[in-house]
Ligand binder design. Structure first.
Ligand code: FAD
Ligand code: NAP
Length: 339
């Protein structure tokens, strides 16, 4: 089957910031064959290709003069269930949170802390999505990707993906690999991760004494709903900046002036600073310039109140970066992919 090509398509419904830019060409792909065919046609016509999943980690600053390839493949199943390890595979276009809920309904543990993250399964390895002390690398069993340079399929194991903090081989080589499906090693037995932020406290408030994976997921969903804006109501791409990992000496310098600075020691001796704290301290929390702003509850999240352009949001982000550098000597790196 040949996927349906469209011209001059608004990308507003395809990015969670709700930025209204146009794709010169747009195609939704559901199968490997449709992916290959779309890429072949783009090559023949000399078009660049931009892959998009849920559009929850992109900032679109202008019309996209390319083929936008929207991943819409579906499918999730158990591949193997042996000796307590359950191998599960999902297609790239599967929406992430429903996939997590499905795994919990199968009685499988491992993805509960990653509940309510928007986007698709295929994009999750891109930045090694993480939340509440778990990253997908912790439950990752492999993925299959198409090499856009050679057209060959390749399976990647954990080591080959070179996952880092909100980082991977795929993020470092934009445009090279198209992820088709991802595999996860889950378990029937829960290994609870409750020591991060308010998770344990929320479970206690809910009267949960011995949490199940579903109870942890529910607690995390309730925390996230209170704190984070729902893109369906207020455009955003989650955390706009990564938490900077800096040297201990730099933290000491900052602490001398700001004793309340929030930092988390890392295994390698560095310290991860809470970027949200730095931004709030600098007075940006709740800031608004036209329709571009900083969320009133979570200063790490930039928001679009309606008609902000990607360029306006990018400009705001750059102003925040310059201010944080001047005040604290800390460079903030943007997390979403900029187009
Ligand atoms: P997109 O935005 O569509 O794409 C992101 C990048 O991946 C782009 O460069 C795109 O070209 C590429 N890409 C997409 N699909 C593929 C594919 N199949 N093959 C190759 N490249 C591909 N992130 C976290 O890590 N933790 C969180 O807790 C978290 N919370 C969030 C909360 C909110 C409210 C929002 C809006 C975002 C949050 N995010 C979080 C960021 C985002 O949801 C994740 O990074 C998510 O994995 C992005 O998926 P997506 O399908 O929307 O990717
Ligand atoms: P939070 O609980 O207010 O914590 C603020 C920051 O401190 C987080 O960014 C987190 O870093 C760090 N932190 C908190 N407890 C920690 C601990 N025990 N050890 C090490 N670091 C700790 O954060 P939040 O904004 O409400 O988000 C909660 C979780 O969801 C976080 O893990 C966050 O990364 C994730 N999230 C991510 C996005 C995104 O778009 N990337 C959006 C929303 C939420 P880490 O970010 O490194 O975990």
């Amino acid at each position: 089957m040949t996927a349906h090509w469209q011209e001059q398509v608004s990308l507003k419904p395809y990015n969670t910031f709700g930025i209204d830019v146009k794709a010169r060409h747009f195609v939704q792909v559901h199968t490997d064959d449709e992916v290959r065919e779309a890429l072949a046609q783009a090559r023949q016509r000399g078009l660049a290709v931009m892959v998009i999943g849920g559009g929850s980690n992109v900032l679109l600053t202008r019309d996209v003069d390319a083929l936008v390839l929207h991943m819409a493949s579906r499918g999730r199943h158990v591949l193997d269930d042996e000796a307590g390890r359950v191998l599960v595979e999902a297609e790239a276009g599967e929406p992430w949170h429903p996939f997590v809920q499905w795994s919990l309904q199968q009685g499988l543990c491992g993805l509960e802390n990653l509940s309510l993250i928007p986007g698709t399964v295929g994009a999750a390895p891109m930045q090694n999505v993480g939340a509440y002390g778990v990253e997908i690398k912790d439950v990752f069993a492999g993925l299959t990707a198409l090499d856009r340079q050679t057209g060959e399929l390749r399976d990647f194991g954990l080591e080959e993906c070179a996952f880092g903090y909100r980082d991977s081989l795929f993020k470092r080589n934009p445009g090279r690999w198209l992820i088709l499906r991802v595999r996860f090693a889950l378990s029937h037995r829960l290994q609870a991760h409750l020591d991060y932020g308010p998770v344990r406290q929320r479970l206690a408030e809910q009267g949960v004494q011995e949490p199940t994976a579903q109870a942890i997921s529910d607690a995390i969903c309730s925390i996230r709903r209170e704190k984070l804006p729902d893109p369906a109501e207020l455009g955003n791409a989650g955390s706009f900046f990564k938490n900077p990992v800096v040297a201990v000496e730099q933290v000491a310098r900052i602490r001398a002036e700001y004793p309340g600075v929030v930092g988390y020691p890392q295994a390698d001796g560095h310290v991860k600073l809470a970027a949200g704290w730095l931004i709030e301290q600098a007075g940006w929390k709740g800031y608004r310039d036209g329709d571009a702003g900083v969320h009133r509850l979570q200063s790490l999240v930039l928001v679009n109140y309606g008609q902000a352009s990607g360029a306006q949001l990018h400009d705001l982000a750059q102003r925040i970066q310059a201010d944080i550098l001047a005040r604290f000597g800390v460079e903030l790196e943007m997390e979403p992919n900029l187009y």
